[in-house]
Design a protein around this ligand. Sequence first.
Ligand code: PLP
Length: 446
Amino acid sequence: MPLLRDRFDCVKVAGLARMFRFAGASTKRYERSAPYGVKGPSMDYELFFRDRIAGLKQEGRYRVFADLERHASKFPYATFHGPNGPREVVVWCSNDYLGMGQHPVVLSAMHEALDKCGAGAGGTRNISGTNHYHVLLEQELADLHGKEAALLFNSGYTSNLAALGTLARLLPHCVVFSDAFNHNSMIVGIRDSGAEKHIFHHNSPADLDRLLSQYPKDRPKLVAFESVYSMDGDIAPIGEICDVAEKHGAMTYIDEVHAVGMYGPRGGGVSERDGQAHRLTVIEGTLAKAIGTQGGYITGSAAVVDCVRSFAASFIFSSSLAPAVAAGARASIRQLKTSPEIRERHQERAATLKRLLREHGLPVMPSVSHIVPLLVGDARLCKQASDQLMERHNIYIQPINYPTVPRGTERLRITPTPLHGDTEMNHLVDALLDVWSRLEIRKLAA
Ligand SMILES: *Cc1c(COP(=O)(O)O)cnc(C)c1O
C-alpha cells in the first residue's frame, strides 16, 4: 500500500505513533487518505483489527470457542456442534467441578423461583432489584464462611474488581500486596483502586514478609491472594500468610473461587479446611464454578461488606442476578454443606486420574488439588493436541495458552468431576497416549 507520507506533517505522525504504540504496530500501514471526506490522516480501522487477529493466529493462540450443548442429565457428555455437524463428546475441562449445574435440587429450586418470580430481577439492588432470594442467598453465604455479612455480584470477576478496587481506594494510603499468580480480576481491581502495589513471589510468606517489613505497622495494608490456583492446582499456605499479615497489621483478602463447595467440611473452601476462615478479612467466591450456577460474592464483617455495597460503582450501577439464579445457587450451597461424600469422590477422581497419567508417562504437573494440568509447553502443539482429541476421540479439553499461563508452559487443564467414571478415564488416557505419540509431545522421563 503506497504511503503518502508527505501528506502528513511530522507532529501528526508523531501523534499517531503515540496512539498506536500500545499495539506495537507501525502507524504507516494503517494510514489512509480521507475515507470519510475529512482532510488529514486517518486510520484504516478494519485493517488494523484484522491484523491484530492475524497476529494471534500466527502465534497459535487465537481462541476458538467450542460450540457445546450441555444436557441436564448427562454431564460430562455434551453435544458438540462442530464443522462436520453435531456429535457427542466428553467434556474434560468444565469448571462445573461437581456437576451441580444439573443437580435435581438446584434445577427444581430454579424452576420454582422462575415460576414464582419470573425471569429478571427488574432493577439494580437499590432500585427495585433486591429480590428475597438475593437476601436469603447472602445469609447462606455469610454462614458458609462464618462471616457477619455477604454481598452478591453478577460474576466472580466483578466481585474482585469491585471489592478490591473499593477497599484499597477507601483506605488512606493503602499499600496492596498481591500474589504473583493472582487472577486477572484481582489485578484489575487493585489497579483500579489506584493504590500502591507490590507483587510477592507466588505462595511465599517469606517474600511477603520482606515486602511488608518496608512499611510502618500503622500504614494501611491489604494482602490479596487465592487459595487454589486454577492453572497449576497448587494451594496457598493460608495460615502462614495470615501470620505474616497479622504481624504487620495487614488486612487479608482471599479468592476461594476454585475451592468453594469443594474443600472444607461444609464446602467453605480451603480456609475452612485449614481452620483459617476467621482470620481472613474478606473471603471471595463464585457461584459459577462448583456451585454450578452464576454470580460472585464477598463475605466479611458487616462494616467491610457495607462499604463495598455503598461505594463500589460496578455493584451499585448493575442490575442484580435473576432471582431463579439466586435460588439455584442457594439450593446448591445448602446441598453441598451436607454432602461431604461428593467432595471425597471428587478428590478420589482427581487422585486416580493423576496416578493413571503418571503411570503412562504423561507429563502431569505437580498439582495438590482437583485440577490436573498436563504440560505441552508450546502454543501450537497445545492447540493441535486439543483439536486431535476432539476430532479423533470425541474428547473436549480446551488448550490453555498465554496470557492465561506463561509462554513455554502451555497445557491441557483437565478437571475430573465426580461424574467422570472409570470408563471415561481409561478412554481419556488412551486418547492422550495416541495424541502424544502422533504429535511427538514430550513425555515424563522414564
Ligand atoms: C473464574 C475466576 C474468577 C471469576 O469468577 P466468575 O464467576 O467466572 O466471573 C475469579 N477468580 C478466579 C481465580 C477465577 O478463576
